[in-house]
Design a protein around this ligand. Structure first.
Ligand SMILES: Nc1ncnc2c1ncn2[C@@H]1O[C@H](COP(=O)(O)OP(=O)(O)OP(=O)(O)O)[C@@H](O)[C@H]1O
Ligand SMILES: [Mg+2]
Length: 259
């Protein structure tokens, strides 16, 4: 059992500048199985990033507990990799050195240096390992950021709108890349997205959150075989169902609904 996440009765409050309290999460219970691909979807400001940060161990819960493989999450760890919308590469380091950075920081680079090129190859950047971030396209930078997280062999990869800044075409290619990497590595994937199609295309379960204070509104299983066709009738009916839960009612004719 590696990479199972449990969230039990988690409440998270924030104190705002005006001393008002914001309840970001109001009682979240969730279990994500090892090797699952799960998407979190919900209105802006509902607490999705907050939940990812708690799973990452960057923030603590006010109430409730979070576990990875039955061990309580109390601080950040390389076993839980994070990828954000902004690739956040170090501009003064090459792709290779960006990916190697974590291994060097942990003093395990010498024993693992072969891994660096392996993961650069895995994300399709073999010819760019000596390039600098400003020489990369948005999609390539995001691939480098994925390699930087994967080189640590995380049990769980936490993805906070990782494809949000990409054009539609690059985004669809990256979705296929993510599935390929996920199948090859078997890493548990937890991804925040605002794109209903993306959530259905990628996930085993789509978790729909309510407006703040966030609770889990519904967990929808996607049983479609992969690779998935976006125009499959079952795909379309799942899309309508999720949009309805999110209170986007009406006739759905266009692909790609961004919240
Ligand atoms: N560090 C913080 N200090 C104070 N309030 C915060 C902090 N982080 C988040 N919040 C508040 O918690 C709520 C949830 O924020 P969060 O970033 O988790 O939302 P989100 O669902 O990721 O939104 P989006 O879809 O826009 O990224 C918001 O009301 C936000 O103002
Ligand atoms: Mg967010």
């Amino acid at each position: 059992m590696v990479g199972e996440i449990k969230v039990e009765g988690v409440v998270k409050r924030f104190q705002q500048q005006n001393a008002e309290e914001v309840i970001a999460l109001s009682g979240i219970d969730l279990r994500i199985e090892t090797g699952e691909f799960v998407s979190l979807i919900g209105p802006s400001g509902c607490g999705k990033s907050t939940l990812l940060r708690l799973i990452a161990g960057l923030n603590g819960a006010d109430e409730g507990k979070l576990y990875i493989d039955d061990e309580e999450i109390k601080k950040p760890s390389y076993e839980r990799g994070l990828v954000f919308q902004d690739p956040m590469l170090f501009p003064w380091l090459s792709v290779y050195d960006n990916v190697a950075f974590g291994l060097k920081a942990r003093n395990i680079y010498k024993a693992n240096h072969a891994e660096v090129q392996k993961f650069i190859d895995l994300v399709g950047l073999s010819d760019f390992s000596r390039s600098y971030p400003h020489q990369l396209s948005g999609g390539m930078a995001q691939r480098a950021s994925l390699a930087r997280a994967l080189v640590n062999h995380p049990k769980v990869l936490l993805l906070d709108e990782p494809l949000g800044a990409l054009d539609a075409f690059t985004r669809m290619n990256m979705q296929d890349e993510l599935i390929r990497i996920w199948k090859e590595r078997g890493t548990t994937m937890i991804m925040v997205t605002h794109d209903v199609d993306e959530a259905i295309y990628l996930s085993d379960h789509v978790i729909v959150m309510t407006p703040r204070p966030a609770k889990i509104e519904r967990c929808i299983e996607v049983q479609l075989a992969r690779p998935r066709a976006r125009n499959n009738p079952e795909f379309l009916s799942l899309r309508s169902k999720i949009l309805e839960i999110l209170h986007f009612t009406g006739t759905v004719t266009e692909p790609n609904y961004y919240l």
